[in-house]
Design a protein around this ligand. Structure first.
Ligand code: SAM
Length: 258
């Protein structure tokens, strides 16, 4: 099982990596056609354009991913920060009867039209607001009333891999939670051993450029556990994941001390 999940992860990771390289010329062409010729020489803009194209094509979750995402997102309640919802693949998992307000913190504006469509299709139009900023942009978050102690749930699905200065930013996110508030997590993280460590280190030389800053080797669990005082700290490898995979996940929940 462990070996099988490692091989499966390597194959899927290689496909993603190959697709990321193959999409680069198309991403560059897309920028030129939009009249943004000089952006092809700007590393971060080309990287974002590449990931935008790639995610729209190969980002759609598999049935197994859907199950994991549902387990995380469906636990959200009250005022929610949905970190990096992208094109909205996960928003239909929110339980409308438990959530009063959801803020989708999505800096990539090219994703907003698809995200809004997914929000409408999920029947969340009246409670879901898209915030076109990064989670680190506390000034913009404040204009939406998102400040210290104002949030019941933070939901992070495959996004903490991409935020800048993750240790400091996660510590700031901790402050936004109300006492007793929950941080729901489904994140890919640094492998703990095996082939995963070597392949992650190798792939990470180009992966962040191809995937708009996504890092393969982040010890996100440590950043979360160290962000502040928690009443519950329960992050586990999901069933069938050993922690040694090339793309390995942690899932669970942290509850802020009261
Ligand atoms: C791998 S995608 C995941 C999208 C979605 N959560 C899902 O599971 O389908 C990562 C998302 O994080 C977003 N992101 C990157 N940097 C971010 C930041 N600083 N703050 C918030 N979101 C960010 C990206 O724009 C992208 O939509």
């Amino acid at each position: 099982m462990t070996v099988l999940s490692q091989i499966r992860s390597l194959v899927l990771g290689s496909i993603f990596l190959t697709a990321g390289v193959a999409s680069l010329p198309f991403a560059a062409l897309g920028l030129i056609l939009k009249g943004r010729l000089f952006d092809i020489f700007n590393k971060s803009k080309l990287s974002e354009a590449n990931f935008t194209l790639l995610w729209s094509i190969v980002g759609r979750p598999s049935a197994a991913d859907e199950k994991l995402t549902n387990k995380t997102i469906s636990q959200a309640y009250g005022v929610v920060l949905d970190l990096g919802p992208g094109t909205g693949f996960t928003v239909h998992h929110f339980d409308k009867s438990k959530t009063t307000k959801i803020f989708g913190i999505e800096p990539n504006k090219a994703f907003h039209p698809a995200l809004q469509k997914a929000i409408d299709a999920a029947g969340l139009t009246d409670i879901y607001t898209i915030v076109g900023a990064g989670v680190e942009d506390s000034k913009t978050l404040k204009t939406f009333g998102i400040e210290e102690g104002s949030v019941d749930t933070i939901a992070a699905c495959k996004v903490l891999c991409s935020i800048p200065e993750p240790k400091a930013t996660i510590a700031e996110l901790y402050k936004l939670l109300a006492p007793g508030g929950q941080f729901l997590v489904l994140e890919h993280v640094k492998a703990k051993g095996g082939l995963g460590v070597i392949t992650q280190d190798l792939a990470n030389m180009v992966w962040p450029f191809l995937m708009a800053g996504c890092e393969l080797c982040r010890p996100t669990e440590a950043y979360l556990y160290g962000a502040g005082e928690w009443e519950v700290k329960d992050l586990q490898y999901p069933e069938g994941i050993s922690g040694n995979e090339f793309i390995t996940f942690t899932q669970g929940k942290l509850i802020k001390a009261k």
